[in-house]
Design a protein around this ligand. Structure first.
Ligand SMILES: [Zn+2]
Ligand SMILES: [Zn+2]
Length: 240
């Protein structure tokens, strides 16, 4: 009790407290080591194209990618979309808890740096755009904030050339064909010249069905990008 009270007092005095357990945690990250260790990291085997967790060791691609390869080259996700990542992202996305995005973005940046190693990183970051109506309701675009964090950390410039031109209804409850149709004209490229021949990384918060990622990727490739990578905080375990 005293410990808890002490931790809360410290958390109040110092902004450095864990976003999950509220304990004081000095250091560069507002997440304590035990809470960080318990986050639902994606464990191998993962589909080499879309990062979907695979059932069997030795498999390289999920059934859907085997049937039809996505147009993007790779998908990097920080975690599985499950407790407590889902709550952290919901807080970041809908409740202005920007510290959640900052912490998760820092960790994702470190993972990306480690994953790419000496391989060349994409030359431009493209935040997943929000339709202006949704932006107006929320006041910010979480993918833009995430891209800013990654841009600083990885030293990659941001290109804001992708626009969402249709206010697409929620994708939940639609089958794959309906989702694709729904998204066919959802995106548009501005400032096409900057994209030509570039390998770009699209930054998103959660990838569920890959339908949105696929639509953005196709649009960017059609506009002249050489290659598209998808970087997201979380991947849902089941791709329907
Ligand atoms: Zn903690
Ligand atoms: Zn796959």
């Amino acid at each position: 009790m005293v410990n808890k009270l002490f931790a809360r007092t410290l958390a109040f005095i110092s902004p450095q407290h864990c976003i999950l357990c509220d304990q004081h945690c000095p250091g560069p990250l507002d997440l304590c080591a035990p809470c960080q260790a318990e986050l639902p990291y994606l464990q191998a085997p993962l589909c080499q194209h879309c990062a979907l967790p695979l059932a069997n060791e030795g498999e390289l691609s999920c059934a859907r990618c085997l049937k039809k390869l996505p147009s993007f080259s790779t998908l990097v996700a920080g975690w599985r979309y499950q407790h407590p990542i889902d709550e952290l992202i919901t807080g970041f996305k809908y409740q202005t808890k920007l510290s959640h995005g900052r912490v998760l973005g820092q960790l994702l940046g470190a993972r990306i740096r480690q994953l790419y190693g000496h391989s060349p990183q994409p030359g431009l970051l493209i935040p997943t755009p929000l339709h202006w109506r949704r932006w107006w309701q929320r006041g910010y675009n979480q993918s833009e904030l995430l891209a800013q964090q990654l841009s600083k950390q990885l030293n990659i410039p941001i290109h804001r050339g992708l626009r969402r031109q249709l206010h697409t209804p929620k994708q939940q409850g639609l089958n794959a064909a309906q989702r694709q149709r729904n998204l066919k004209h959802a995106f548009k490229v501005n400032k096409q010249q900057t994209l030509l021949g570039q390998c770009v990384a699209v930054v998103d918060d959660v990838v569920t069905t890959t339908a949105t990622a696929e639509a953005m990727s196709r649009c960017l490739l059609a506009a002249g990008a050489a290659e598209v990578h998808i970087w997201c905080l979380a991947r849902t375990p089941i791709d329907l």
